[in-house]
Design a binder for this molecule. Structure first.
Ligand code: 26Q
Length: 822
C-alpha cells in the first residue's frame, strides 16, 4: 500500500499552517501563543522535512525497484551550511511559508536566520562535496554522499585582541530537523586484534578482535530543485558496541563502566580543522577507517539484496574518493570480498578497481597523506597485509614491463622506504582506481607531471583525466542573490536557468539595455548595503556601500597569500598618508574585506590574522583617511557568511602562487554573482578567464612553469623587495601597527626564509594590477558591461556540468527521474 504519492505536496496555507502547528504542539510541546522565532523555525523546518522525507522514500524505493546504478561520493567532509531556505526553494514553497509565518507576525528572513550551519568541512573540498550531492539530486542522478556526523563541526572563530581564538561548534545542542537517525542501520567496525590464516587459501584470513565499535547512520535529505528526486547524505556516528560494563557498574565503578563508551564516541566527536595539511594523528586514522568500513558494509548490504554475484558490483555501484581521506575503502572492499565473500584475489581486485575512482585536490607536499606502517599494522593488521599484497602484485607487474629499473620501483612503491616506512595514500588510491582526476585543467596537468608522472607512464594517459570543479547555481546564485536572480529570470523568461546555466547566454543580449543595466547595478548596490549591515553587526565597523568592495575570503594559508594582500593595503595606506588632503579627495574609496579561519596549530596563518586586524584598527581610526580606505576582518567565515559576502563584491582576490591552488571554487561563485576577479594565472582562474574573456579578468604574477626556477634562485640569493614592498615592511617595522616584533617572523619568511610563495616576485605586478582595477572601476559603464558579460559566460562552472561529466566519463550512470513512471 502507499500512503502518499508523488503529486501530493500540499501548498495551501491551511495545510501548511496545520502541519506547522502540529509540530509546534506535539514535537516541541509549545502552544502558538508561546511561540518564539526559534520554535517558529523548528516547527516550520520539521513540517518541510516531512515533505522531503516522503520524497526521500519514493526516490530510494524507485531507484531500487528499477535497479539503478548508484554513485557513492565518499568524503570525510560535507560543508552543507543551512538547509531550510534551500529546501523551501527546491520545493517551491518559499512564498507559501513566508505567508503562513507572516500571518503570525514573523518575517521569513528572521526565521531562516535561526538555523545553524552544518559545518562538517574545512573549506573547498567539503563545500565541493555538498555542491555535488546537490547537483546529483537536481539532475536526477541516483547518488548518495557518505560522510561522518561530527558532534563538533568546524570551530567557531572569535577575534580577541586581534587574534583568532577557537570555540567549539556545538551545532547539535539544539534539535536538528535535517537529520534522520536510523538506529536500525548500524554496523560493527573492528580495530586491532590478530589474524588467523585460512588453511586452504593462503591469502585468506580471519580477523579477530574484541575492540568493536558501532557506526550508526544518520540521513540528511538533499532536496533536488525542480524535480521530485531527493538525494541523501548518510553520516556515521560512532557508538559503543556493548561496551557498557555491567560488572564494573555493579561493583561501583561508574566511570569504568562507561569508559568504553567515551572511547568510542571520540571517533566521531570532532572534525579535524586542517585544510591542505596532514597531521598524521592516530585518531584521524581510526576516524577514516570507521568511516570506510561502515560505508562499504552498507553499500555491500544494499547490493546483496539484488542477489547478484559480487563480481557484478561495478554494474550497480560507483564509488568516488574525495581525495585520499577515504582510501582505506579500497583495502576494506578487498577484505570483505576475499575474507567474507570468498572471492579469489584476482576477482576481488578486478571488482575493486572497477568500482573506485579517485579525485586529487592538492599538490602541496604538506597535504599528502602518509601513515606510518607500524601504526597501520597495529590498528588495522588485516588491511596492512592487503596493502602489502596490492603493492607486491603491482610492483611485480611493473618489473615485468620495466625490468631492473630499481629507481622506478622505489618511486612508485605504495610503501615509502624512509627511516620509518610509510603508506603513501595517494599511490594506493591511484593503483586501486580506474580513473584519477584533478579539479582544474592546469592542476590535472601538474599532477600528471609530478606525483603521478610514473603512473601515467605505466598505466597510460587515459586513466588520468580532468574534471574542472563547479558550484551549485541553487545555493550560489538563486539563494544568495535574490535580486540578481529575479533579473536573470526576467531575461530568460522563466526559472529554467537554475537547472541549466547555459541559459545565462541570453544576458549577453541585455548588455546594451539601459534599464536592465541600471537594475543590475542596483542589485549589486543592494547586496553591498546588506553586507555593510552585516559588517556593522559583526565588527562594529561602518563602511559605505558606495566604495569599491575588494574581497578575499578563504582559509588562511601561506600559499593563498593573504599576507601579500595586507602588504598591498599597507602600501596603499602609506601612499595615502603621503598625499595632501586635496589629493586624497580624488582617490577611489575602497573597503578591503578579509575573512577566513586558520588551522588551530598554524602559527604563521594566525599571525597574518593578527596583522590584518592590527592594520584595520589603525587605518579605520585614522581621521585623515576617513572613508577613503577601510579594512575589515569579518570573524567566523562560514557558508552562511559567504552567502552574504560573495554577492556584494566588486572585485575579489584569488592570488595563490601560480601552481599551488588546485582549482578554487569561490572564484566561480564571485563571478557568477557579477564580481570581477583579480587573480594569478592559477587553478580555475585560468578557465574562468578563457570563458569570460580577458577584458573581464585582471591577471598578474609569474606563471606556474616559472615558479621552480624562482624558488631555486631565492634559495641561494637574498630576495629583493621593490620600493613598494619595502615601504610596507618599513611601516610595520616602525611600529605603525603596534609592536613590530610580533610581525617580524612574517617579514623574515619573505626576506630570510627563501620567500617560498614568491611575494617579492609578484608584488610589483600585483600593485600594477590594482591600478588597472581602479581605472576600470572608474569607468562605471564599462564595469557594468564586464559584470553582465561575465555572468552570461559562466555556464561551464555549474556543478551540474561537472557532475554530468563525472557521470558520463567515470561513473557510467544515467539520470533516473522519479515520478515519470509512478
Ligand atoms: C588530511 C589528513 C588529516 C587531516 C586533514 C586532512 C585534510 C583535510 C582537508 C587535507 C586536505 C584538506 C582539504 C583540501 C582542500 O580543500 N583542497 C581544495 O579543494 C578544492 C575543491 O577541489 C579546490 O578548489 C582547492 O583549490 C583546494 O585547495
Amino acid at each position: 500500500f502507499r500512503a502518499y504519492s508523488h503529486s501530493e505536496i500540499a501548498r495551501d496555507a491551511a495545510t501548511i499552517k496545520n502541519s506547522v502547528v502540529m509540530h509546534l504542539t506535539t514535537t516541541f510541546l509549545r502552544t502558538p501563543d508561546s511561540m518564539d522565532s526559534g520554535h517558529a523555525y523548528l516547527a516550520s523546518a520539521f513540517s518541510v522535512r516531512d515533505r522531503l522525507l516522503q520524497r526521500w522514500n519514493l526516490t530510494n524505493e524507485y531507484h531500487s525497484n528499477i535497479g539503478a546504478k548508484t554513485i557513492y561520493y565518499m568524503s570525510l567532509e560535507f560543508l552543507v551550511g543551512r538547509t531550510f531556505d534551500n529546501a523551501l526553494l527546491a520545493l517551491q514553497l518559499r512564498d507559501e511559508y513566508a505567508g503562513v509565518l507572516g500571518d503570525v507576525g514573523f518575517r521569513l528572513e528572521d526565521i531562516i536566520d535561526e538555523e545553524r550551519d552544518a559545518a562538517l568541512g574545512n573549506g573547498g573540498l567539503g563545500r565541493l562535496a555538498a555542491c555535488y550531492v546537490d547537483s546529483m539530486a537536481s539532475s536526477n542522478y541516483p547518488g548518495w554522499g557518505y560522510g561522518l556526523r561530527y558532534r563538533y563541526g568546524m570551530f567557531q572563530q572569535q577575534i580577541i585582541n586581534g587574534y583568532q581564538v577557537e570555540a567549539p561548534d556545538c551545532w547539535l545542542d539544539s534539535p536538528n530537523p535535517w537529520e534522520f537517525p536510523r538506529a536500525d542501520v548500524t554496523y560493527p567496525v573492528k580495530f586491532y586484534g590478530h589474524l588467523v590464516r585460512d588453511p586452504e587459501v593462503s591469502y585468506r584470513y580471519k580477523w579477530e578482535s574484541n575492540v568493536v565499535y558501532d557506526a550508526m547512520a544518520f540521513d540528511m535529505p538533499v532536496p533536488g530543485y525542480g524535480t521530485e528526486n531527493v538525494g541523501n547524505i548518510r553520516l556515521w556516528s560512532c557508538k559503543t558496541n556493548g561496551l557498557f560494563d555491567l560488572n564494573k557498574f555493579n561493583a561501583g565503578d561508574y566511570q569504568g563502566a562507561t569508559g568504553g563508551q567515551v572511547a568510542a564516541q571520540i571517533l566521531t566527536d570532532v572534525l579535524y580543522p586542517n585544510d591542505n595539511t596532514n597531521e598524521g594523528k592516530e585518531l584521524r586514522l581510526r576516524q577514516e577507517f570507521l568511516f570506510c568500513s561502515a560505508t562499504l558494509q552498507d553499500i555491500i548490504a544494499r547490493f546483496k539484496k539484488t542477489g547478484k554475484p559480487m563480481t557484478q558490483l561495478p554494474e550497480l555501484a560507483a564509488i568516488q574518493l574525495n581525495d585520499t581521506h577515504p582510501t582505506l575503502g579500497i583495502p576494506e572492499l578487498m577484505r570483505i570480498l576475499i575474507d567474507e565473500e570468498g572471492l579469489s584475489w584476482d576477482e576481488a581486485w578486478d571488482t575493486t578497481t572497477k568500482t573506485f575512482a579517485f579525485t586529487n585536490h592538492t599538490v602541496l607536499p604538506e597535504a599528502m597523506e602518509k601513515w606510518p606502517v607500524p601504526m597501520m599494522d597495529k590498528i588495522l593488521p588485516r588491511h596492512m597485509g592487503i596493502i602489502y599484497d596490492i603493492n607486491l602484485f603491482f610492483l611485480q607487474s611493473v618489473e615485468e614491463r620495466f625490468p631492473k629499473d630499481r629507481e622506478l620501483l622505489r618511486n612508485i612503491s605504495i610503501i615509502e622506504e624512509s627511516n620509518s616506512q610509510q603508506v603513501r595514500m595517494a599511490y594506493l588510491a591511484c593503483v586501486g582506481s580506474h580513473k584519477v582526476n584533478g579539479v582544474a585543467a592546469i592542476h590535472s596537468d601538474i599532477i600528471k607531471q609530478t606525483i603521478f608522472k610514473d603512473f601515467v607512464r605505466i598505466q597510460g594517459e587515459d586513466k588520468f583525466i580532468n574534471k574542472t570543479n563547479g558550484v551549485s547555481p541553487r545555493r550560489w546564485v538563486n539563494e544568495c542573490n535574490p535580486d540578481m536572480s529575479r533579473l536573470i529570470t526576467e531575461a530568460v523568461g522563466d526559472r529554467s536557468w537554475i537547472n541549466d546555466l547555459t541559459k545565462l547566454k541570453v544576458l549577453e543580449s541585455k548588455v546594451d539595455d539601459k534599464e536592465f543595466r541600471q537594475s543590475w547595478w542596483e542589485a549589486k548596490q543592494k547586496n553591498k548595503a546588506r553586507l555593510a549591515e552585516y559588517i556593522l553587526a559583526t565588527t562594529g565597523i561602518n563602511v559605505s556601500p558606495d566604495a569599491l568592495f575588494d574581497v578575499q575570503v578563504k582559509r588562511i594559508h601561506e600559499y593563498k597569500r593573504q599576507l601579500m594582500n595586507i602588504l598591498g593595503v599597507i602600501y596603499r595606506y602609506h601612499r595615502l598618508k603621503q598625499m595632501s588632503a586635496a589629493e586624497r579627495t580624488k582617490e577611489l574609496h575602497r573597503v578591503v574585506v578579509f575573512a577566513g579561519k586558520a588551522a588551530a596549530g598554524y602559527w604563521v596563518a594566525k599571525q597574518v590574522i593578527k596583522l590584518i586586524n592590527s592594520v584595520a584598527e589603525v587605518v579605520n581610526s585614522d581621521e585623515e583617511i576617513g572613508d577613503v580606505l577601510k579594512v575589515v576582518f569579518i570573524p567566523d567565515y562560514s557558508v552562511t557568511a559567504a552567502e552574504y559576502i560573495i554577492p556584494a563584491s566588486d572585485i575579489s582576490q584569488h592570488i595563490s602562487t601560480a601552481g599551488t591552488e588546485a582549482s578554487g571554487t569561490s572564484n566561480m561563485k564571485f563571478v557568477l554573482n557579477g564580481g570581477i576577479i583579480l587573480g594569478t594565472v592559477d587553478g580555475a582562474n585560468i578557465e574562468i578567464g578563457e570563458e569570460v574573456g580577458e577584458e573581464q579578468i585582471f591577471f598578474f604574477g609569474c606563471l606556474a612553469h616559472e615558479v621552480d626556477e624562482f624558488r631555486h634562485y631565492l634559495r641561494f640569493h637574498q630576495p629583493k623587495p621593490d620600493e613598494a614592498l619595502q615601504a610596507a615592511f618599513d611601516m610595520i617595522q616602525s611600529n605603525t601597527f603596534g609592536d613590530a616584533h610580533i610581525f617580524q617572523p612574517l617579514i623574515d619568511a619573505v626576506l630570510c626564509g627563501g620567500d617560498v610563495y614568491l611575494l617579492t616576485v609578484d608584488f610589483p605586478s600585483y600593485v600594477e594590477a590594482h591600478k588597472a582595477v581602479e581605472a576600470a572601476y572608474r569607468q562605471h559603464d564599462d564595469w557594468v558591461t564586464k559584470s553582465i558579460l561575465s555572468v552570461s559566460r559562466m555556464a561551464k562552472f555549474s556543478s551540474d556540468r561537472a557532475v554530468q561529466e563525472y557521470a558520463e566519463e567515470i561513473w557510467n550512470i544515467e539520470p533516473a527521474p522519479v515520478g515519470k513512471s509512478t
